[in-house]
Design a protein around this ligand. Structure first.
Ligand code: NDP
Length: 253
């Protein structure tokens, strides 16, 4: 894997926490620090902290940390255009930014929460993909990894909008892969079960007690478990695409 990853430029949305952050570290670990990372999220201070940590542990790695809210569609192209030259030629896109907001029945979901989930998980992911695709098409190479979810394979009550967004991610990912079938661009969905990250804290709007309960009872997946699969999928031989990864914690029903 190290050989195939060396010199690659990897763009991770939602890199300030959870799976995105773990994925950045996993790419460094798998490549002995020989990758270029574009770390994007809204909390620039978190990205800067991560960049400093990486600088200490992997002095060879090149890291660009930039503020990007994927829901601000007009800011995506300028973000890419303003990248320092050595980061412009992206090889791997990790569409990771995403969230659940609340856990209400359909009659009670807050309109802002509905928009927040759709704007981030669906429109944000589509817009970032559209902005990066020309780079991949120009060189007929590149990997796109979209974070789906078990919620994109089944639907549960009080998760209607989140489930709908992750079903949309799955459909979009499958269509895109088929559209690009005669290219060397690989499109991959990674769909995790329950992963212990800030996800639940965001979902329950800072209520730490409720957030903690989500992970009680069985051992969840951890962010680095997902990062490991993302790095594995994107470091296969170019004739292979691991198009679809569904991963549960061992005890998750
Ligand atoms: P976290 O809440 O720990 O991390 C989410 C990341 O997304 C943060 O870095 C956050 O950064 C970023 N983000 C949120 N909104 C935006 C935005 N508008 N623009 C840019 N970045 C944004 O969650 P996870 O790491 O668990 O989730 C990552 C992905 O995995 C999501 O797509 C999620 O749906 C999916 N997933 C998670 C599961 C789980 O159980 N945890 C299960 C299945 C899928 P910031 O706030 O700084 O912008």
């Amino acid at each position: 894997a190290a050989e195939r990853l060396a010199g690659k430029t990897i763009f991770i949305t939602g890199a300030s926490a959870g799976i995105g952050q773990a994925t950045a570290l996993e790419y460094l670990d798998a490549s002995d620090g020989k990758v270029n990372l574009i770390l994007a999220a809204r909390r620039l201070e978190k990205l800067e902290e991560l960049k400093q940590k990486i600088g200490r542990e992997y002095p060879e790695a090149k890291v660009f940390a930039g503020k990007l809210d994927v829901t601000e569609s007009a800011s995506i192209k300028p973000f890419l255009e303003n990248l320092p030259q050595e980061f412009k030629d992206i090889d791997i896109l990790i569409n990771n930014a995403g969230k659940a907001l609340g856990s209400e029945t359909v009659g009670n979901i807050d309109a802002q929460d509905i928009a927040g989930m759709i704007d981030t998980n669906v429109l944000g992911l589509i817009n970032v993909t559209q902005a990066v695709l020309p780079i991949f098409k120009a060189k007929n190479a590149g990997d796109i990894v979209n974070l789906g979810s078990v919620a994109g394979r089944e639907a549960y009550p009080t998760g209607s909008i989140y489930c709908a967004t992750k079903h949309a991610v799955r459909a979009f990912t499958q269509s895109l892969r088929k559209e690009l079938i005669n290219t060397k661009i690989r499109v991959i969905e990674v769909a995790p079960g329950n992963v212990e990250t800030e996800f639940s804290l965001v979902r329950y709007k800072g209520n730490t007690e409720t957030a903690k309960k989500v992970y009680e009872g069985t051992e969840p997946l951890y962010a680095d478990d997902i990062a490991d699969l993302i790095v594995y999928a994107t470091s296969r031989k170019p004739n292979t695409v691991i198009a679809d990864v569904l991963v549960f914690a061992t005890n998750q029903a």
